[in-house]
Design a protein around this ligand. Sequence first.
Ligand code: E4P
Length: 218
Amino acid sequence: MKFFIDTANLDQIKEAQELGVLDGVTTNPSLMAKEGITGKDNILKHYVDICNIVDGDVSAEVVATEFSEMVKEGEELAELHEQIVVKVPMIKDGVKALKYFSDNGIRTNCTLVFSPGQALLAAKAGATYVSPFLGRLDDISTDGLNLIAEIRLIYDNYDFDTQILAASIRHTMHVIDCAKLGADVMTGPLSSIDGLLKHPLTDIGLAKFLEDYKKGNS
Ligand code: E4P
């Protein structure tokens, strides 16, 4: 399972990269706005800054919603850095753009996916990644994890190459549940990765080991 961090915050990206288990970064226009990154030049520079911190894929989202504009914007994003993956929303022109990018060697992440049918379309259009937003489904009393399971089944039935990128992860149990369901990638906040570390018996056990070592070696 690949671990992506879902943020545009450079400090958090550095911290996750230093842990040594980071495989990539996902951003979206809301995350960029949260960091105060505005204006085309600043936005493009920020994507390059992120690519220079991490070794893996960096999703950069188009804001155009019309096919030819999406293509133009996506090509410009892809030109920025070889690690850039163009993030495209699941709308009709987005599906056309996914197919265009796939035919032209540009890697994509189909975002805002909330149903198995949308995920099937994204795979048919040749998306590199599909991003089902499980946390946002949970937010409206719908089982987000079930969507991951349904997409896994469909993709395995037909051997689609599209990777399932479990998105809108809110906490560590989401990460573990997605791993059990066979999601190829998860993207979440740094806290969802940090949570994997924690167990009170580890802390108690280490304290005891160090205490016993000191007794015999002081
Ligand atoms: C996916 O790539 C999105 O950026 C993200 O996971 C959305 O998460 P949210 O629902 O917590 O905003």
